[in-house]
Write a protein that binds this ligand. Sequence first.
Ligand code: ZN
Length: 64
Amino acid sequence: MGKIRVELPCKNCRDIFSIFVSEAAKREGKITCPACGHTHEYGLADINLLYLTEQVVAGSVRSA
Ligand SMILES: [Zn+2]
């Protein structure tokens, strides 16, 4: 099993960035947005939900 990435929306600048699930878990859901540098807390339940969604389109990064 490789590393799975999830996409998270920044709660400050609304940028969409991706992070490895293992990284998010290690940080206990506290993720720093690479665009604006703000740290927000994301529920691990949300990340797990995204993880399940992301499995369907594993590896692909959407550019909406
Ligand atoms: Zn941001």
